[in-house]
Design a binder for this molecule. Structure first.
Ligand code: SF4
Length: 62
């Protein structure tokens, strides 16, 4: 499973970092995925962040 934050959509609210700090971090006021591949064991909280992102800026692949 791969994950990406769309920088054009992200508002920098940091909610995804609160929900899943294993996968997301803030960089220059926007969230980014620390790595493309979601590590096993973090998929569930990652999906929670995808669902809770207020602007649906997080994309999942595969
Ligand atoms: S929850 Fe969505 S809008 Fe908020 S920082 Fe994360 S990706 Fe950006």
């Amino acid at each position: 499973m791969k994950v990406k934050v769309d920088p054009d959509e992200c508002t920098g609210c940091a909610l995804c970092v609160d929900i899943c700090p294993e996968v997301f971090e803030m960089l220059d006021d926007l969230a980014v995925a620390k790595q493309d591949e979601v590590l096993s064991g973090t998929e569930e909280s990652c999906m929670q962040a995808v669902e809770d992102c207020p602007v649906e800026a997080i994309r999942i692949d595969g």
